[in-house]
Design a protein around this ligand. Sequence first.
Ligand code: PMT
Length: 412
Amino acid sequence: MKIALGVCGGIAAYKAAEICRLLQERGLSVQVVMTQAAQEFVRPLTFAALSGNKVITGLFGGEGEPNLDSAVEHIGVAQGIDALLVAPATADMLAKFAHGLANDFLSTLYLATTAPVILAPAMNVNMWQHPATLANLEELRGRGHSIVAPGAGYLACGMVGAGRLAENELIVEAVLATLDARIQSSSFERKHDLEGETVLITAGATREPIDPVRFIGNRSSGKMGFAIAASAKQRGAQVVLIAGVTTVPPPSGVELVRVERTEEMRSAVLKHFQKASIVIKAAAVADYRPKAIAEQKMKRQGTGSVTLELEPTADILGEISRLRTRQIIVGFAAETEHVLENARQKLTAKMLDAIVVNDVSQPGIGFESDENAVTIVTRAGEEQVPRMSKRKVAERVLDAVVELMRSRAGVS
Ligand code: PMT
């Protein structure tokens, strides 16, 4: 799920960096939006490094360097987020929100989004207690926004009283509670259609060592497979998640098996295969590995070239297709050309029930990104899933799996 984190200009702006990190740790994707004043306190680079995403610094781009992909990016961001958190929220920003002013990216985003809003104010005690601020807060509370009230204590201005940004953990908890409520009330995520099923999911990249320090790997982050695992869990399934190397934390509540090499992934998949009723292989698995692994770090051979002899790894998907008893088996395909032809060919050759193909030559989807666009290919037909968050793509993949289960059972 994706959060926009609005950072306003106040001494507490530096705390937003830690909040950003905590949100990431909970598996959320964070899009940071900084006001101009916030940039006087913390550099956008800090948030870019923490979130792994470009930071939005203004309606029309930062100083001399446009940072927007389009003139209506606030609409794109507004539609793509599951919640808007503003921490710290200054008295000025609360006033803008309360009165519907839209003269910077954050206030414009606020008006443009229908996602729930969480506000964590921080300011001087007199500003916090001013009737204008109290009236604005009342108005915002009346709109259903969550207000994480500031704590009391010594303030940066030297005064003592209420106005200090609430503890980071409290703010993150408020975000998670809001997201939980959203998940409960949203129709697609309320499904419990995988109850009684055991879903085996692979995610992330495998690594094949060359020598003690080098390896053959790929850019898979694990985001796609983890999104499927989280959705399957949400829909009532028991989830066995076999994860290679990943860059994001796995979802909670699943049986997690960590592996590195293709052979380890193969053993883990074979071990858990028979208890699974559904298998979804979103991992990016090495097709080749070095024929021999050097015991010592390979030394540079002057200017001469070095040849690495590779041998094929086990085709795990092909192997489990041959072993299947009752399982629905779904593969993924990362293609850069002849996308659909290659996917259809893999569907038949590997005897799959479905294959989910992504064109990884397209920017902004596939490896590492928070979004994907796929085609779900089954024997019955093809369903195009346009660009959306990986969590939403995961839901569409699971919808297709449920459809396959129903048609196998003869239920229309
Ligand atoms: O992890 P992310 O950063 O979120 O990126 C997601 C993704 C791009 C990795 C994912 O969406 C995806 O496309 N995964 C499959 C990538 C891939 O390895 O495709 P392939 O066409 O090489 O393999 C086809 C299928 O065979 C895959 O299901 C793969 O898991 C499986 N395979 C491949 C090789 C092998 N030796 N054994 C296998 O089982």
